[in-house]
Design a protein around this ligand. Structure first.
Ligand code: SME
Length: 156
């Protein structure tokens, strides 16, 4: 108990390590991607208290809002548009320390100041969704977030 408490109050790295373990055990027994996205969004959001944590799914030529935690968000994002559409197009994680400096950033909420978007890929490497996390503080996300979040979405 004391040990768990210490870990949950530990460094970002320690929090991600514990969170990853919990997500591994949760997703192992569930094959439905939407159910897993819903629980992953809830667990990340509860662990770090971010402003918005959720998924957009690739549906034909656009992204459509999936399971999320936080205030309401735009329902659809075109390929290549905003941070999410760019992560899909470039097939790589976007770390944005200041959303006002990202050309074409889509402001679903004026409270959002920094953002990370991680593509979710299938076994062939095709992007099937993106994980989008918004913070109301500048420069919230770094390499540590990128590494752990990429590991987490690879469980989907
Ligand atoms: N800011 C994102 C849009 C999604 S909301 O932040 C939830 C973007 O530029 O793609």
């Amino acid at each position: 108990m004391a040990e768990n408490l210490q870990i949950s109050e530990g460094s970002k790295e320690e929090k991600y390590a514990l969170l990853h373990k919990q997500i591994v055990s949760l997703t192992q027994g569930e094959s439905d991607a939407i159910a897993n996205m819903a629980n992953i969004a809830a667990m990340i959001h509860a662990t770090f208290g971010f402003w918005w944590t959720g998924f957009y799914r690739v549906c034909n030529d656009e992204l459509i809002l999936g399971p999320f935690q936080g205030p309401l968000a735009c329902s659809r994002i075109k390929y290549g548009r905003g941070v999410c559409g760019t992560a899909w197009k470039e097939e790589r994680t976007q770390v944005v320390p200041d959303v006002d400096k990202f050309p074409g950033h889509i402001a679903c909420s004026s409270a959002s100041r920094s953002e990370i978007v991680v593509p979710v890929k299938d076994k062939s490497g095709n992007v099937t969704a993106v994980l989008d996390i918004d913070s109301e503080h500048l420069a919230t996300f770094d390499e540590c977030d990128r590494e752990w979040l990429e590991r987490i979405v690879s469980l989907l």
